[in-house]
Design a protein. Structure first.
Length: 201
């Protein structure tokens, strides 16, 4: 199901990319990020929730990188002003990484901020390209979350039926194992199922 979901997402975003005549680099960024997050988060107990939190961090990183690139970076002449102007933006994310409750979105904030800030020995700010790349990154993550919420979502009737069958299958198989090996099998086989069950019920 995860592969089918990723294929549907790739097809849908590719059609949107083609219809919008988006620049190649930004369109490929959107589709690759969307498919990567769709596949990586498929094993989470609640994929839509995980992607939503990640999208919040990415949106904050986009906002911070645009503020820095448009209003701060053009005035930073020399290495010391460049470092001193960039550190407050990066420091917010680094501090957030030390707080467990917001560590996930804080890490995404740092990644997006670093990728969009355009720090280089010789830099130039292209507003149109920066906004386009910002939209591509956020839209890629958001579309992966939207698909997880609509395409056979976790917590729906289909998911509950599969989970019920998986629990019965694991319990039935455990009854037929030898006592010296049933603990290892039962623990490794049912742990992920119970995590999904407790996270979505």
């Amino acid at each position: 199901m995860s592969g089918l979901r990723a294929a549907a997402l790739l097809l849908g975003l590719s059609l949107c990319w083609w219809a919008a005549a988006w620049p190649d680099a930004n369109g490929s960024t959107m589709t690759s990020i969307a498919v990567a997050f769709c596949a990586l988060r498929a094993a989470d107990a609640n994929p839509a929730r995980s992607i939503y939190v990640t999208c919040l961090g990415a949106s904050a990183g986009v906002l911070a990188s645009n503020i820095y690139s448009f209003y701060v970076l053009p005035h930073a002449t020399g290495l010391p002003p460049l470092l001193s102007s960039y550190f407050p933006f990066l420091g917010i994310g680094l501090y957030g990484c030390t707080i467990p409750a917001v560590a996930g979105p804080a890490r995404m904030y740092c990644i997006v901020l670093s990728s969009l800030s355009g720090l280089a020995p010789a830099f130039s700010v292209d507003p149109a390209d920066l906004v386009s790349r910002s939209v591509a990154e956020v839209m890629g993550i958001a579309s992966a979350g939207a698909l997880h919420m609509t395409f056979f979502p976790v917590g729906g009737l289909w998911w509950r039926g599969r989970l019920r069958k998986a629990l019965l299958r694991e319990a039935s198989a455990a009854c037929s194992f030898r006592l010296d090996s049933v603990e290892h099998y039962f623990e490794s086989g049912i742990r992920d199922i119970l995590l999904q069950f407790t996270a979505n019920t």
